[in-house]
Design a protein around this ligand. Structure first.
Ligand SMILES: C[S@@+](CC[C@H](N)C(=O)[O-])C[C@H]1O[C@@H](n2cnc3c(N)ncnc32)[C@H](O)[C@@H]1O
Length: 232
C-alpha cells in the first residue's frame, strides 16, 4: 500500500479567480486535478467525456473555438481529429501560462502545436458580441463549450447566460453555415435539451458513463447545428 502525495504544480488568485493545478501520486499512478474557486473542476483520471465532447464535432472539424482550456483533453482530441485551427479561450491567464510552461504533457502538447492559439478572456463576452465585428476571430466550423459543470450546477453564476436560449442562439450565430456547437454538462439537463431542440430539431444528447471511485456518473454531451445549411 502506497501513501498518497499531493504536489501543487501551479496556483493563482489573479483577478479574484482562484485556480490550482495539483498532482496526486500513489505508487506509479499519478492524477492531475484542477480546483477552481475551491471547487473540484476536473481531473485526468478518466477524461472520456472531455474527449467525447471533441468527438461530437466529427472528423476534420476545421476551425474550432474551444472554451475553456482546463487540462486540455478536448483540445488535444480535436487536434487528433484533424482540426486546422483551434482558438482556445480561457478565463485564467495563469492556466495559459502553465500550458506554455508545459506543466503537464497534454498542456505542453497544445502549447507546442502551431494550430493552437490561446486567448485570455471570457467566452460569454466573446460570444455575446455580434458576429463579423472587427477584431473577432470567428466564425468557426465548430464550438466546444466546457466552461462549467453545466447549467444546473454552475461554479461561476455569470456563465448561466451561455446556457440560456438567447445565449445558445447567439453561440450558433458565430458558426459557419452547418457548423456544430457541442456542450459538456455534468449530467442531463431537461431545460438545456428543450432549448437546443427549439433551435435545432436535429439536436443530439449523448450520455457518457464514467466510473469515478466506484460510482457511475453519466455526463452529457449536447450538439446543435447552425441554422443555415442544416440538412433537411
Ligand atoms: C472543466 S474545465 C474544461 C475542461 C476541458 N474540456 C478539458 O478537456 O480539459 C473548464 C475551464 O473553463 C474555464 N472557464 C470557466 N468560465 C469561463 C469563461 N466564461 N470563459 C472562458 N473560460 C472559462 C475554467 O477556467 C476552466 O479552465
Amino acid at each position: 500500500m502506497h501513501d498518497e502525495t499531493v504536489t501543487t504544480l501551479g496556483q493563482s488568485s489573479a483577478d479574484g479567480y482562484d485556480v490550482a493545478l495539483r498532482r496526486r501520486r500513489r505508487g506509479d499512478q499519478s492524477v492531475d486535478e484542477l480546483i477552481i474557486n475551491g471547487v473540484f473542476a476536473m481531473d485526468s483520471a478518466d477524461p472520456l467525456s472531455e474527449i467525447a465532447l471533441a468527438q461530437a464535432l466529427g472528423d476534420q472539424p476545421g476551425r474550432v473555438l474551444v472554451a475553456g482550456l482546463g487540462l486540455g483533453y478536448t483540445a488535444r482530441q480535436l487536434l487528433a481529429q484533424g482540426a486546422t485551427r483551434l482558438d482556445v479561450i480561457e478565463l485564467s491567464q495563469a492556466m495559459i501560462d502553465w500550458a506554455r510552461a508545459g506543466l503537464t504533457d497534454v498542456l505542453c502538447q497544445l502549447a507546442t502545436d502551431p494550430r493552437v492559439h490561446f486567448h485570455h478572456g471570457d467566452v460569454t463576452e466573446l460570444l455575446g458580441r455580434q458576429p463579423g465585428l472587427p477584431g473577432l476571430f470567428g466564425p468557426w466550423d465548430g464550438i466546444c463549450l466546457d466552461i462549467d459543470n453545466g447549467p444546473d450546477f454552475l461554479i461561476h453564476s455569470h456563465n448561466a447566460a451561455l446556457y440560456s436560449l438567447p445565449g445558445l442562439r447567439q453561440a450558433l450565430s458565430h458558426l459557419t453555415p452547418g457548423g456544430r456547437l457541442a456542450l459538456w454538462s455534468q449530467g442531463p439537463s431537461k431545460e438545456l435539451w428543450f432549448d437546443l431542440v427549439a433551435l435545432d430539431p436535429a439536436a443530439t444528447e449523448q450520455l457518457v458513463a464514467v466510473d469515478r471511485r466506484n460510482r457511475r456518473i453519466d455526463y452529457a454531451i449536447y450538439t446543435a447545428r447552425s441554422p443555415e445549411g442544416r440538412p433537411e
